[in-house]
Design a protein around this ligand. Structure first.
Ligand code: URA
Length: 434
């Protein structure tokens, strides 16, 4: 067996055996197969696809490439969720405290943003003091004690994914269903939860641009989870507009803290986070009724219990819990530029990819893994698709580190919005469940 033979077999549309897939994944993780051969292999998979069996085998090989977290010493149902990646998509920071408040155990390892998408760890690090790296035993002890921990993935969880994802990111091989399925599910299976909820984003700001593609990915993810004996469900959600009004690390945390404090009741982020929490509550068996589960999630927010769970999380991981009540303690950008409507109409569409790139250009994201981010910068979008707009209305604010950048991004933002004089139909936030 050689990498050359395996690349050629996939290039010509062949079906790879379990041994061939393991040979590539383990060989690459150990540094025995060079980047150029793995790149060719990934491109062959991207173009020719993989059968269900191959997708399962690549996921298992990636899971076995490193350590697995053993959560069995934690009593209760351990739940996990994962988004396939979007812009202004901060559900983890609401779902964690909500489900912990109703008694589930939320043991979550998250990633950083890359490209145009944001990452939970960067958002958490914008909270002064928050420790994203805990040892495995600290992580487990904390989940036992308060029911909740969110940390960055420990070094050896699915190391194959770490290397392969970095390579995919620079070889135009990210948006491939078997590769995304392997990447996400290897991390989830190695992280040890009993229940896995996948938030599959569909639309302009997602890796899956169309609904049929998103359904295909959702089915692949759920099949792998079930084969591995985990309760798995995927909810397909809209990414044709950002979920949050706020995009950028500290800005997104600010929006979450406001929702936890009982403000922003009409927010899309709040609505989706409550719905996803309700799915986890049903999957964990706390109730069979989705309506009851929704009520439990709502109550966790309304009663302030979810906010108190967030306070416990911050205190446990050395983040400033004062910031929860005093948002001015979060990083603030020095310059704020506003975009006002030049005419009446309806917001017809938002180029979400452009918004993600605009936020990244401000410094909220990174182009390479080595770039440092500015936690304070980003955008606030005051209108959603379908909203009526009157001339002079505030549409958006750009939070920037300097005037020039603020002005440049303001132009980019203006071009990414389409305003029409016809009324525009709103799309539902949840597009399907698998
Ligand atoms: N998120 C992941 O973790 N992996 C992918 O491949 C895409 C999104």
């Amino acid at each position: 067996m050689t990498p050359y033979d395996i690349i050629m077999k996939k290039r010509d549309g062949g079906v790879l055996s379990k041994d061939e897939i393991e040979y590539m994944v383990f060989g690459y993780t150990k540094g025995l197969i060079p980047d150029y051969q793995m790149s060719a292999f990934l491109m062959a998979v991207f173009i020719k696809g993989m059968t269900d069996e191959e997708t399962k085998n690549i996921t298992v090989a990636m899971t076995e490439s490193g350590d697995k977290v053993d959560l069995s010493s934690i009593d209760g149902i351990k739940v996990d969720k994962h988004s396939t990646g979007g812009v202004g998509d901060t559900t983890t920071l609401l779902i964690g405290p909500i489900v912990a408040a109703v008694g589930l155990k939320f043991a979550k390892m998250s990633g950083r943003g890359l490209g145009h998408t944001g990452g939970t760890i960067d958002k958490l690090e914008s909270i002064p003091g928050y420790r994203t790296s805990l040892s495995e035993s600290e992580f487990i002890e904390q989940v036992k004690r308060i029911g909740l921990s969110v940390i960055s993935s420990t070094g050896d969880i699915a190391p194959a994914d770490k290397k392969m994802y970095a390579l995919r990111d620079v070889t135009a091989t990210v948006d491939s269903i078997p590769l995304i399925a392997g990447s996400i599910m290897s991390k989830k299976l190695a992280s040890g939860a009993d229940v896995i909820l996948l938030d599959v984003k569909a639309g302009g700001g997602a890796f899956m641009k169309t609904l049929p593609e998103a359904f295909k990915l959702a089915e692949a993810l759920v099949d792998i989870g079930r084969l591995a004996g985990k309760k798995t469900r995927a909810v397909i959600t809209d990414m044709d507009q950002p979920l949050n009004t706020h995009i950028g690390n500290a800005l997104e945390v600010k929006e979450v803290f406001e929702i936890l404090s009982g403000k922003r009741k009409d927010s899309a982020l709040r609505e989706i986070s409550v719905a996803l929490s309700a799915h986890l509550i049903v999957m964990a068996g706390l109730t069979e009724s989705f309506e009851d589960a929704l009520a439990m999630a709502e109550d966790a927010l309304e009663s302030g219990k979810a906010k108190e769970k967030m306070r416990e999380l911050l205190e446990a991981q050395a983040g400033s819990s004062e910031a929860l009540d005093n948002l001015s303690l979060l990083p603030q950008a020095p310059i704020v530029k506003s975009l006002k409507a030049e005419s009446d109409g309806y917001l017809k569409s938002i180029d979400v990819l452009e918004l993600g790139i605009a936020a990244r250009d401000l410094g909220a994201g990174r182009l390479t893994k080595e770039d440092t981010i500015d936690p304070s910068v980003g955008l606030i979008l005051y209108k959603r698709v379908g909203d009526k707009i009157n001339k002079g209305d505030l549409i958006a604010d750009v939070h920037a580190s300097c005037e020039d950048l603020g002005n440049k991004v303001l132009d980019r933002l203006r071009n990414s919005l389409t305003i029409s004089d016809c009324e525009v139909k709103r799309k539902p936030l949840i597009l399907g469940v698998v």
